[in-house]
Design a binder for this molecule. Structure first.
Ligand SMILES: C[S@@+](CC[C@H](N)C(=O)[O-])C[C@H]1O[C@@H](n2cnc3c(N)ncnc32)[C@H](O)[C@@H]1O
Length: 221
């Protein structure tokens, strides 16, 4: 289901920023592969967050071929560390960056993002969490100490994706239990993630129901 009415969704799509040439090529590839990119509505938020934080360094958990990274770069970020355990996707990301002249502004780390993040020191200005939903809390805990005060952690797929949104609504509205991890690890992962950031005094969180739904958490410690 979509949390937005069809009219609202069409309005957001019609008013989202135009793709740059490389983003158009990436969107075409995403269509061809059936690959889930954040899309221009959520991309515009990524661009905004980079601009508002005057971002130098951005870290992504789950980058594919670097579509979301291009939005942080459009927002003025100096550099995005992309993580991806699919070699083909990462290689396409490296090729896009080389062909479109931003190879010096992205690094593709092939492997498990949860291991890669341990090899990086902060501070980061922005972190994007967009990999395995059941590992969002682990990613948050790993990256939070590395995001500077005033920086932002943004998580995708909090209203749409491989999740049962109605179950999340019932959990936060009426206190219904989250599904067992063995039954629906993704929905449980997103529910636990939102519960974690909402109860953590280190961040202030707002949910933006654009794209697949973003949880935007500003680091306030
Ligand atoms: C939703 S897609 C990312 C889309 C990307 N953020 C964008 O909008 O352009 C999720 C990606 O994360 C990758 N992924 C999932 N778990 C991962 C992990 N633990 N480490 C590295 N990559 C991972 C998947 O292979 C997939 O390409």
């Amino acid at each position: 289901m979509d949390v937005l009415t069809d009219t609202a969704r069409r309005f957001l799509a019609a008013t989202a920023p135009e793709h740059t040439p490389v983003q158009s090529e990436m969107a075409d590839l995403a269509d061809e592969w059936g690959f889930p990119i954040v899309g221009p509505e959520a991309g515009a938020v990524c661009r905004l967050l980079a601009r508002l934080t005057d971002a130098g360094r951005v870290f992504e958990f789950g980058s594919g071929f670097g579509y979301s990274a291009t939005w942080f770069l459009r927002g003025g970020a100096d550099h995005v560390t992309c993580t991806e355990f699919d070699v083909d996707e990462a290689e396409r990301g490296v090729a896009f960056a080389a062909d479109h002249g931003y190879a010096d502004r992205v690094t593709f780390e092939v492997g498990d993002a949860m291991e890669t993040v341990e090899r990086y020191d902060g501070p980061f200005d922005v972190a994007l969490i967009d990999h395995q939903k059941e590992r969002y809390v682990d990613a948050y805990r790993a990256v939070l100490p590395k995001v500077r005060s005033g920086g932002v952690i943004v998580a995708d797929n909090v209203t749409r994706g491989p999740i049962d949104f109605e179950t999340l609504v019932a959990h936060f509205e009426a206190g219904d239990p989250l599904p067992d991890a063995a039954v629906d690890a993704e929905t449980r992962g997103i529910g636990e993630y939102l519960g974690t950031v909402r109860s953590d005094d280190a961040v202030e969180t707002a949910i933006l129901p654009v794209g697949s739904g973003l949880a935007v958490s500003t680091v306030v410690r």
